[in-house]
Ligand binder design. Structure first.
Ligand SMILES: [Zn+2]
Length: 94
């Protein structure tokens, strides 16, 4: 948990929840970190502010893993850190 202060629109308490893809048939070797803001349950809304993915294998692994030729943008989404496509990332996370 991280408390950020001194910035009017970003001040708050942030929680980070790590998840790993555990589908043996997928084997994408990526972690997903949900960023939650103001994680106190009494605040109700715990939808993630953003989801960060991280693929820890090298470029050749993800090119082999994909069933189609990857563009540079697709490769950047898989390898290393990236804001997840289709996740509820907001302007604050970009
Ligand atoms: Zn996977």
């Amino acid at each position: 948990m991280v408390r950020l202060t001194g910035h009017r629109s970003l001040s708050g308490t942030y929680g980070f929840v790590e998840m790993f893809c555990n589908d043996e048939r997928c084997d994408c070797r990526r972690a997903f970190i949900q960023v939650l803001v103001d994680v106190s349950p009494r605040l109700g809304d715990n939808r993630p502010l953003a989801t960060i993915s991280f693929g820890w294998e090298d470029e050749s692994f993800y090119r082999k893993w994909a069933s189609f030729p990857l563009s540079n943008e697709e490769l950047a989404e898989l390898k290393g850190p990236a804001l997840g496509i289709g996740c509820s990332a907001t302007a604050a996370a970009t």
